[in-house]
Design a protein around this ligand. Structure first.
Ligand SMILES: *Cc1c(COP(=O)(O)O)cnc(C)c1O
Length: 397
């Protein structure tokens, strides 16, 4: 056994720990939901991407069970060999119809969707113009592609225009602007009307990663582009957040784009097909999300976010402004954010502190996430716990 290697790895771990950056795993012994069981007790949960509360919904769970009964545990194959099931075609049709696209392709995760999207579609003659705060999976997907890369300061439309101008001046064949539809650390929604207008001016495509939007932003929860009333060319998203919370990613686009991805996208060609249970659960989540019940869940989510924002502002906390159910409580200091989250758990509310390098230095925060499954009592309890911890730790008076 090469000891030098293992010694180096152990030293790197110790260094991460010394900087206070170790991310422990908190073990949960219940379904995902507004109340979860951890550490031998029940606590309120304000850090899941369970925006519509469907992850623990019995109808979604049972739809997954039925699909597993019908199709088995899985395909033991990639899609193009013997891994394309009827339920894959049904799910691809359902997500494309829901979001208003011609076609869709499934991946094992949105991480793979973003990882597999760019390389087949764009070559060295092309340009990708990417928001600086884009999700890690977009950054990796762009790295795997030979297109020229341009980066604009997050949500900075003047910089976006400068980058588009540069890409055109450099002779780009096709240009695509890539952005998160909603940015996960701030809850900011991408400025899509301006992005679309700039894209049209410079003859560029727009790609949106709507992982933190599909199911709950905009009419019928179609996402950030619907929220803004604009069209985009390509949407990537996940079934692992609002749409049931299981796992699995997708790309929605025109039929030729989807067809080419099915021939060339490496995570699609070389990785197992999505499990039937995941497809069944996701289909049921889409059914709920796009109907009248979805409207009621979205109204509850908006009401919960407004109640939390109002009470926390009243209590004297500094929140980032916005209208997304991600509501960051700004604390500044990394150690303070950690201590704050630990105290919150003692008070019965599970939240997570985020600090550098996930967010800029000096902008540590507790990122709270509302769910339609939270009741007003849950919201009020969370605000009371924040107020207690905030006074103890000198954040509010
Ligand atoms: C969560 C997330 C992903 C990854 O989704 P998975 O399906 O869990 O791989 C990709 N992009 C963004 C913006 C996300 O928030």
């Amino acid at each position: 056994m090469p000891t030098a290697f293992h010694t180096r790895i152990a030293a790197e771990l110790a260094e991460i720990d010394a900087q206070g950056l170790t991310k422990p795993e908190r073990v949960i012994h219940s379904r995902q939901g507004p109340v979860i069981e951890t550490g031998g007790r029940r606590v309120l949960n304000f850090c899941a991407n369970n925006y519509l509360g469907l992850a623990g919904d019995s109808r979604v769970v049972q739809a997954g069970d039925r699909a597993a009964e019908a199709y088995g545990a899985g395909t033991a194959s990639v899609r193009f060999i013997c891994g394309t099931l009827g339920i894959h075609k049904t799910l691809e049709r359902a997500i494309a119809d829901y979001l208003g696209f011609e076609d869709a392709i499934l991946f094992a995760a949105a991480f793979d969707a973003n990882g597999g999207l760019f390389e087949p579609l764009f070559g060295p003659e092309d340009a990708i113009v990417s928001d600086s705060l884009n999700h890690a999976s977009i950054i990796d997907g762009v790295r795997l592609c030979k297109a020229k890369r341009y980066r604009f300061a997050t949500s900075d439309m003047a910089d976006l225009e400068a980058q588009l101008k540069q890409a055109r001046a450099d002779g780009a064949r096709d240009i695509i602007i890539a952005t998160d539809g909603a940015f996960s650390m701030d809850g900011y929604i991408a400025r899509l009307p301006e992005i679309r207008a700039l894209a049209d001016r410079y003859d560029a495509l727009v790609m949106v990663d709507d992982c933190h939007a599909t199911g709950f932003l905009g009419p019928q929860g179609k996402g950030s582009f619907a929220h803004h009333g604009v069209t985009v060319d390509i949407v990537t998203g996940t079934f692992g957040k609002a749409l049931g919370g299981a796992m699995g990613g997708f790309i929605c686009a025109t039929t030729p784009v989807v067809e080419l991805l099915k021939q060339r996208a490496r995570p699609y060609l070389f990785s197992n097909a999505l499990a039937p249970s995941v497809c069944g659960a996701s289909l049921e989540a889409i059914r709920i999300a796009q109907g009248e019940e979805g409207d009621a869940l979205r109204a509850q989510l908006v009401a919960n976010a407004a109640r939390f924002r109002g009470a926390m502002t009243e209590a004297g906390f500094n929140l980032l402004p916005g209208e997304h159910p991600i509501i960051p409580v700004m604390l500044g200091d990394a150690r303070l954010a950690q201590d704050f989250a630990a105290r919150m758990l003692e008070l019965g509310v599970y939240v997570i502190g985020f600090s550098f390098p996930v967010v800029p230095r000096g902008q540590a925060r507790i990122r709270t996430q509302m769910s339609a499954a939270h009741t007003f009592d849950h919201i009020d309890e969370a605000v009371a716990a924040f107020t207690t911890a905030g006074k103890e730790l000198g954040v509010i008076r």
